[in-house]
Write a protein that binds this ligand. Structure first.
Ligand code: FES
Length: 197
């Protein structure tokens, strides 16, 4: 990498941190009076208690977003075609079987999920913390490349993830997207933030 390129990357990184710091201050400043007006159970929830997601209205191919501990959590209901695409690109991925220690046991499979149909993942890039964009359209229509099978693109430095949140090889992001602790309360309700006892 040239020194010019390094400077550009460092500048971007500093900008990301500066933006994050400003955002953090603003969040704290507004959160204090907000928290004071909450009931004890609401305060516990805001501080990191598990949150429940109702997936009964999620159609195949759709994604919903919820917030847990101030982080975006995505739930994607994958179609049969989306699931079939996962097995075809393992050789292009950095950690296809999710063997790195940061992954929970139930993410150590190709679909990275308890139920293959549903992916539950934290929507924060493992590089510098930007939020990737969903790119579910396949092929050239995606604007990524002609054999794109669908997945996510992080706009900050171009990291690509597949439809299981697995990072492609040689990307700025070092790891797959994080799978948060979670379990199914029923067929249509997921508790995010806790493993089943
Ligand atoms: S934050 Fe750098 S690629 Fe996502």
């Amino acid at each position: 990498m040239s020194s010019d390129k390094k400077e550009v990357d460092c500048g971007r990184r500093n900008l990301v941190f500066a933006t994050a710091a400003v955002g953090g201050v603003a969040t704290v400043a507004t959160a204090v009076p907000f928290l004071a007006s909450m009931s004890p159970s609401e305060r516990a929830k805001a501080a990191g208690a598990p949150v429940e997601a109702d997936i009964s209205n999620l159609s195949p191919g759709e994604m919903m977003r919820i917030e847990w501990r101030g982080k975006p959590v995505w739930i994607i209901r994958r179609t049969k075609e989306m699931l079939e695409s996962l097995g075809k690109i393992n050789d292009r991925l950095s950690d296809p079987a999710s063997k790195r220690p940061m992954q929970p046991e139930y993410a150590k499979n190709e679909a990275r999920s308890i139920k293959p149909e549903y992916l539950v993942v934290v929507g924060i890039c493992t590089h510098l913390g930007c939020s990737p964009t969903d790119k579910f359209k396949t092929g050239a229509e995606s604007g990524i490349n002609a054999d794109w099978p669908g997945g996510f693109l992080c706009p900050c430095h171009g990291s690509l993830f597949d439809l299981a949140g697995r990072v492609y090889k040689s990307m700025p992001a070092p790891d797959n997207l994080e799978v948060p602790p979670h379990y199914y309360l029923s067929d249509t309700r997921i508790l995010i933030g806790e493993d089943k006892a």
